[in-house]
Structures are given as C-alpha cells and as structure tokens.
Design a protein around this ligand. Structure first.
Ligand code: NAP
Length: 525
C-alpha cells in the first residue's frame, strides 16, 4: 500500500521542533554516536536521479569538509546540459499524473518524510557538521527547521484544499480552487543546506508540481540523502529529479528551458538577478510567463539605542554576527550604535567576542567552525583587509591555522555608513560597527543599503519601537532579540528590495507562489 493510500487522519496543530541545546546527556550521546558513525559513509558516490533512474556521469563534484578539506564528504555525479534536459522531460512526464493527486494526498508524503527525518535527525545533524562546518546547535537548528517546513507545508496544503471563500451570487455556484503550475527548477544555497533545500522542494511538490533539484555544489550530499528519503517516503519517480551540476554550466539552460514554468531560487543577489532576467524572456515553444521566486542576500543591521539593555544588545549582536560564522542571510553585519553609549558598547562587545571559541565543529566546545570553502575564505579575508582601511580593527582579523578555512570573529569599529564593508554582503564573520548621532540618524543609516532582509532594534523606549515599526524597511523586524533564528510559522521569512521577492517562506502565503487559482462558476437551473 502506498503512503498516499494511507492518509494520516488525525492532524495535530503545527508545533515547532525544539532545537537541541545539547544539555541533555542523552542528546550528547546520540550526537557523538552519529558523528562516530558518519565516517563510514564518507567518500560515497551519489548518482543523478532522473525519472527514478540512477545515472552515473563521468564527471563528479566532490563535497569537501571545510574543517579539513583533504576529507571528501562524498561526491555526486555532475549533470551535463543533456542530462539536465532529460530531467526536465522526466519532470514534465511525471507532472501528468502527480497533478491529479489531491492536496491532502500529496501532504501525506511530506508527513511521512518528516517522520523519517525525525528518526534520522542526529545523522543529518552530523552530516551538516562535516559538509558545511556547522556547530552542533546550528546543525540541529537546520534539521529542526527542515522537519518544520515538511510539517508546516503539509498542513498548508490541507488548508488550501478546503473550500475557499467567495461571495455568493444568486443562481450560481462559484468556487475558487488552486492548481499547480507545472515543472519547476529548485535552486537552493549551501548555508541552510537542509532547511532551505528541503523547504523549497517540499513546497513545490506538495502544491502538485514536479521539479528538477539542482543543489548547491557545496552541499550536494545532504540533497542526495534527501532525494533518497523522499523515495523511501513513497514519492513517485520523476516528481523530484536530482541534477547536481555547476550553476554556471547548467543554470542558464534550466532557467531558460521552455518547459520550466517556475524557478524557486535562494542565493546571492547576482545569481538571483540573472535568473530573473533570463526567465523573463520567452523561449520558442514557451506558453507562459515564468514565475520567479528569488530570495537573495542581506546586509542586516542591529540598532542599539541609548536606552537599550546593553548586556542583551551585546549578546544579540554577537550571536547574530558570528553564529555559523556569519554565513546567514539574516546575520548582523552592521551594528549601528547611538553615540552616547558607543564606547561602552564597543568595550563590552570586544570582551564578549574575544571569548568565542573557533575550531573543528565536531568538538561541541567550538562555537564557530570554518567558512564554507576556499573562495569564501579568500573573499572574507579581502573584505577584512579593506575594512582595516575603512575603520578600526578591535577584534579578530586573522585566519586561524592553515588546514581548515577558519577566520577569527572580526569587529571593525568607526565604519562610515557608506563604506564598502557597511554596504556589501560579506557573508562571513565580519561585523562593522557604525556610530550614529542619535536615533533618527541610526534609522537613516539602517535603511541606507540596497537590501532589506532582517533588522533588530534594542531599546526600552516605546516611541522608538513605534518609529521602527513604521520606518525600518526590512522583511523581518525584531525588537530586543537577535536578527537570526526565524521559526517556521512564527516568523514568515523573506526580504525587500535587493533581498528578494519577499516570498515569506514558512508563512501562510508561501504555497500560493507554487499554485494558480482557478475560478469555476456554474449556472444553477
Ligand atoms: P549562490 O552562489 O548565488 O548560489 C545559489 C545557488 O545558485 C547554488 O545552487 C548555485 O549552484 C546556483 N547557481 C550559481 N550560478 C547559477 C546560474 N547562473 N544559474 C542558476 N543557478 C546558479 O549563493 P550561495 O553562495 O549558495 O548562498 C549564499 C547567498 O544566499 C547569500 O547571498 C545569502 O544571503 C543568500 N541567502 C538568502 C536567503 C534568503 O532567504 N533571502 C537565505 C539563505 C541564503 P553552484 O553551487 O553550483 O554554483
């Protein structure tokens, strides 16, 4: 009996998974066991999956452990343009049957996948430690969020399956139903290697679409595991086709292919804008305007007002700037501090940042691990060099060791609001601190970038909170808490301006991006 024939009937209200803080010795033991088990799977080869068929290609992409780049976490076959085309064809074929399943039937696959992922949580946590250098807590947060996306979008599908409210008209029966779009390209980044990749894929397929999943070349192994897990959950062949490959080699083909109806992308501004531009031009044989959901970069600020609880602000800025080495789109990369408390804030911040432990993330004592690859290391170090000519280095500034890609948590103070390191996304552990004359000035500085993703304000003044509610132009605004750590359902996520299309992942509007409404009106006799 397939999963779809055995629908889960009792559906509890959605609840977020609790992220493990590893204070419970049972969790510590389970994670240690998973980390000890993982080396048996290191170096494995993963094929493409097209229409359910496993295909080995001659070319491979190796995923390396950034803490020890000599260690190969695994390697995936790399798709050529011909294989990417085959995958789109397979998705188009599978769409013809998948689209006929009801939303509740498709939701069952997500519930089952969530259950399997829950059972393997520590193995997936361990994989993230190895593949992208996450600390234990960051890795578990990523997998908890992955489970949340599966559970949340399954429930959202059930909600969209219900009768939609339309205004009654005498003599007619009117309905609005939601139907899928068609074949989609899912192109995730490496940083939330589990959650974003799984969330984008799950939302697309539960809505009735079929996809080609082109994972990030830096996080292809977790995507290969997920594709196997979906198969185990009963998702039919061709619904998710797995085609790792270099974005610069096969990306344009996937985006421009006339059979592709939508592109769901999360990544950098540069790639997102390119996708948006290419997708806008209709190709021969294309019958639709492609839909592009593009979630892109950030240059996120935390304002520390003169009346803030300084200890809380220092802690919030520190964890927002340096959690997962600052490699979050929501990471705080600018602390904007009112003049009257500036010196004291800096002193306390330096004291806190100097205590951060950097090293191999397999060791639970290390708060920061390596940055993701050599290219990232080089780019971050060049921003640090530039930053030293744009401000005063007060913490960090150096690479740590020579084996892994470790960078010290770095704070550069007295940075001008329009300096390069105050404007460009660095995507690493580098924080610019900017002095503001007063709160008005702080608000103006906060809005002076081309991005608009997350922002926080630390204050005890209700008037400042009201002002920021109105004027702080970001998709996710927080008061007296860190700028990272959005929870599915509680903090629908997505940004303004060059941060993307404000899709609000993990919110009630998200599935609509993967469907189209059909109004059906019947004259009654
Ligand atoms: P990226 O370099 O833009 O890559 C993202 C994805 O696009 C990867 O799968 C990449 O494949 C692919 N790609 C590259 N060139 C392409 C092309 N020409 N056509 C189609 N696809 C192409 O970004 P990243 O380094 O993985 O991720 C970091 C960025 O993501 C940061 O800017 C961060 O702010 C942003 N981000 C945003 C959000 C959000 O919700 N707003 C969330 C997370 C991350 P390859 O790996 O093969 O190059």
């Amino acid at each position: 009996m397939t999963t779809a024939e055995k629908p889960r009937t009792e559906i509890s209200a959605f609840k977020n998974e609790i992220v493990k803080d590893f204070k419970d010795p049972a969790d510590v033991a389970a994670m240690e066991a998973a980390l000890a088990r993982l080396p048996q799977r290191l170096g494995a080869d993963y094929p493409l999956v097209i229409g359910g068929r496993r295909i080995e290609t001659g070319k491979r992409i190796r995923s390396l452990n950034p803490a020890n780049p000599k260690e190969v976490v695994g390697s995936v076959s790399s798709a050529s343009k011909a294989e990417a085309t085959q995958a789109i064809d397979a998705a188009a074929k599978a769409f013809e049957s998948w689209k006929h399943l009801s939303l509740p039937q498709r939701a069952q696959y997500l519930f089952r996948a969530a259950e399997l992922l829950r059972q393997r949580r520590f193995d997936y946590d361990a994989l993230l430690v190895y593949e992208v250098g996450k600390s234990w807590v960051e890795a578990d947060g990523d997998i908890a969020e992955s489970i949340d996306f599966l559970e949340f979008y399954a429930r959202e599908a059930l909600r969209y399956a219900q009768e939609q409210p339309v205004v009654p008209i005498a003599g007619e029966r009117n309905e609005l139903i939601y139907i899928p779009l068609g074949v989609g390209a899912v192109i995730p980044p490496w940083n939330f290697a589990g959650a974003i990749m799984m969330g984008m894929t799950a939302a697309a397929i539960v809505s009735g679409n079929t996809v080609v999943l082109k994972p990030s070349s830096d996080a292809a192994i977790i995507a290969a595991w997920f594709v196997d897990l979906l198969e185990e959950a009963g998702v039919p062949p061709g619904v998710v086709n797995f085609i790792p490959g270099s974005g610069s080699e096969i990306g344009d083909l996937i985006v421009m292919h006339p059979q592709v109806r939508f592109i769901s992308f999360t990544g950098s501004k540069e790639v997102g804008l390119r996708i948006n531009e290419l997708a806008a031009k209709p190709q021969a044989g294309q019958k639709w305007i492609k839909r592009v959901v593009a979630e892109m970069g950030g240059k996120d600020s935390i304002i520390v007002a003169s009346d803030a609880d300084l200890d809380a602000a220092v802690e919030g800025v520190t964890v927002s700037a340096f959690g997962f080495q600052g490699q979050k789109c929501s990471a705080c990369s600018r602390a904007i501090v009112e003049e009257s408390i500036y010196d004291e804030f800096l002193e306390r911040l330096k004291h806190r940042v100097d205590r951060i432990a950097v090293g191999d993330p397999r060791d639970r004592a290390n708060y920061m691990g390596p940055v993701v690859n050599e290219g990232a290391l080089r780019s971050i170090m060049s921003y640090i060099e530039k930053g030293q000519s744009e401000g005063r280095l007060i913490a960090g500034g150096k690479r740590v060791g020579t084996d892994g890609y470790y960078v010290e948590p770095t704070v550069i103070a007295d940075v001008a609001p329009d300096a390069t390191i105050a404007q460009e996304e660095i995507f690493g552990p580098v924080l610019a601190v900017i002095k503001a004359k007063d709160f008005d000035d702080a608000m103006a500085i906060a809005n002076n970038t081309e991005f608009g993703l997350t922002g926080s304000l630390y204050t005890s003044d209700e008037a400042k909170i009201e002002r920021a509610r109105e004027d702080f132009f970001v998709g996710n605004l927080y008061f007296n808490r860190k700028s990272t750590g959005a929870f599915v359902g509680a903090h629908p996520f997505g940004g303004f301006n060059m941060s993307g299309t404000d899709s609000k992942a993990g919110g009630r509007d998200y599935l609509l991006l993967f469907m189209q409404g059909k109004t059906i009106s019947r004259r009654l006799a």
